[in-house]
Design a protein around this ligand. Sequence first.
Ligand code: F0G
Length: 458
Amino acid sequence: MELPFAESYKIKMVEPVQRSHRHEREQWIKEAHYNLFNLRSNQVFVDLLTDSGTGAMSDRQWSEMMLGDESYAGASSYFKMKNAIADITGFEFFLPTHQGRAAENVLFSAMVKEGDMVPGNSHFDTTKGHIEFRKATAVDCTIDEAFDTTLDHPFKGNIDLEKLENVYKKYPAEKIPMVIITITCNTSGGQPVSMQNIREVSELSRRYGVKVVFDSARFAENAYFIKIREVAYADKSIREIVREMFSYGDAMTMSSKKDAIVNMGGFIGFREEELFQKASVFNIMFEGFITYGGMSGRDMNALAQGLYEGTEFDYLETRISQVGYLGKLLKDAGVPVQFPFGGHAIFVDAKRFLPHLPKEQYIAQSLAVELYLEGGVRGVEIGTIMADRDPVTRENRYPNLEMVRLAIPRRTYTNNHMAYVAASLINVWERRSEIKTGFRIVKEAPILRHFTVGLEKI
Ligand code: F0G
């Protein structure tokens, strides 16, 4: 008999989670103004809101916590982090930040100005937020295939070179401070970018004098997909692939809450000293001195260790197989999910799930609320609410895709939890025709409104 797949770790510590009754959840979600961010964690049974900062650290990471050096300047923990970053990514210069959006804030303060154009593959919401906050424009150049959730394509995170070159031709180089390659591309479904595409984007950008910046939150998962799907890389190690990916860039921003498997932390990696020096000033203003930048020494230690663990093949295989396990359960039951499955989450295609709901009633949000009511499972809307209003016209932006993302924390839940999530969603699928109305917004912030939006049932 062929030996089945099994996790590459065993469990040393557990945290209890509680189930609840539907009548309780009806009350709680109403009190939360139908915004899943407003729920208390003990009102949730399986929490798939995000895979960010929600993973389980290893025994080695916890050991590193005890060795943290909390010196204000020049801590050994800073050098441990610096060495790990240089070793894994090849970036010699780096700045610690407290999380990914802080890295964006610091880097963009040094690079982006009013009127600039920043092309990329479906920029993440905080990335876009930081661009638009500076009165610059994020231009989505993702390949069209990414927007068809049924289409099988190995690298749906890829950038369309023609779309990108059109931006380069239309605007002068001084108006384009960078192209951002998000690996994996969260917004389009945790979809990877191929090495070939990274190389081609880099070559094209160099010809036009545009810098290449990686939004690297899930870089190791991207490397795993390159190894599995891009023939030339089948025999390379994850770390070799990672080094090559980053060799095509000038800088990287990192939310370490994902592939460095820590609960908090981030950094910026730089190729050149000049940009590093320029950004250092903003780091000191916004984050802290350049050798801690918003992180404790113990957290820098755990991060350094996490970078090594996050780039091990067995770990990545365990993680991505679990995502695929949930995806397969749903797909086999006919639930419309983004295919192929991404690296960190299953994306449910809400427009195909609830085709009878008008887009003005926030289709994906309606589905996310139904899933919570059904099983106490918390996902997140990646749709019209998250897309925010157009900064100029203030009209709702209706994205091509309305998704509910079920993001899976690293090393946290078992496959029994995944089976529970699948059953909850399949129950909703079976009664989908009874879901007749969605929501209207009663309260919203001017930017990044999804975090605090208040809704009422129509
Ligand atoms: N870039 C990407 C691709 C992300 O997915 C995130 C965060 C960030 C940047 C910002 O990093 O949260 O550390 O400030 N994504 C989380 C998510 C929040 O749920 O997908 P951060």
